[in-house]
Design a protein around this ligand. Structure first.
Ligand SMILES: Nc1ncnc2c1ncn2[C@@H]1O[C@H](COP(=O)(O)OP(=O)(O)OP(=O)(O)O)[C@@H](O)[C@H]1O
Length: 262
């Protein structure tokens, strides 16, 4: 992150951002193989983000779409501060709440309730602020008596519920979401979507990565299409999704209607 820029709460500036991944480190092999391997061995690094520039004003809802490996998750991870850039800069104003890797920061031996207190403190909430939200978070999680049991006993779905319940009550200026809504049962998904819509109504900026075209269309006013780490479209959501459907060779809602429905 570069310093010295003063942004409004909820504003995002990604400026000529690039990030490559070497996949050599992921290749297995014995110590002998590793020692014998020449430096030039292996595939070239993958450019996950290639000179991406985006300016997102406070309160805007932005969907990031593109084929597999286009760089969508990498972009969100850069915004969340999980992945550093090789070059360029990222600046975000206000409180960022990332719904990536929900529950990843939980203390496994602590109960759900204790993790709520910890999570709130980690996001800069005072003890009084967390205690004020505690009952709502517990109710939202629907964990019942499990809230006082160590989270290491939770199922993955229960983990995600608690993670989402905490994140959803942090009063975000910027919400970063990656396919997380596909987790949990349908009723919980709907509840999460409604909660996100509520935060957006209150003025939060939303950056959403999803393969669910309908979700993007009903949630986002702006769409960014990525391909090979490049921005290939950036504009209004309806045009962006048309571009995406053409790229993926999938039917658009308009073409389905023209053909006489599904
Ligand atoms: N930690 C990593 N190590 C190596 N390569 C990575 C890493 N993270 C991402 N990549 C590579 O960077 C490219 C972009 O990945 P990314 O996950 O951002 O794409 P995506 O658009 O989110 O894809 P998907 O739709 O499949 O989730 C891919 O080629 C991927 O293999």
């Amino acid at each position: 992150m570069s310093a010295a820029k003063t942004l409004q709460p909820g504003e995002i500036v990604l400026d000529h951002a690039s990030r490559a991944f070497s996949i050599r480190a992921d290749r297995g092999g014995t110590l002998k193989e590793l020692l014998l391997r020449r430096r030039s061995d292996g595939p070239a690094p993958i450019q996950a983000l290639a000179d991406v520039t985006l300016h997102i004003p406070p309160g805007q809802t932005v969907g990031i779409v593109g084929r597999n490996g286009a760089g969508k998750s990498s972009t969100l991870k850069v915004l969340a501060g999980i992945v550093p850039l090789d070059s360029g800069s990222v600046d975000i104003g206000g409180r960022i709440v990332s719904l990536l890797e929900l529950g990843a920061g939980f203390g496994r031996d602590f109960s759900g309730r204790e993790n709520i207190l910890l999570g709130g403190a980690l996001h800069g909430l005072s003890k009084a602020q967390i205690e004020e939200k505690l009952d709502d978070i517990i109710a939202f999680s629907e964990l019942g008596d499990f809230i006082d049991v160590p989270v290491k006993t939770y199922s993955s779905g229960m983990y995600v519920r608690l993670g989402f319940a905490i994140a959803a009550h942090l009063d975000a200026d910027v919400l970063l979401i990656d396919e997380v809504l596909a987790v949990g049962d349908e009723a919980f998904q709907r509840k999460c979507e409604a909660r996100i819509a509520g935060q957006v109504e209150k003025g939060a900026t939303l950056v959403l990565v999803s393969h669910d075209a309908a979700l993007i269309e009903r949630t986002c006013e702006r769409v960014v299409v990525l391909d090979g780490g490049h921005v290939v479209f950036d504009g209004p959501s309806a045009e962006g999704m048309e571009y995406y459907h053409r790229q993926m060779n999938t039917p658009t809602p308009a073409s389905i209607a023209e053909a006489g429905g599904p």
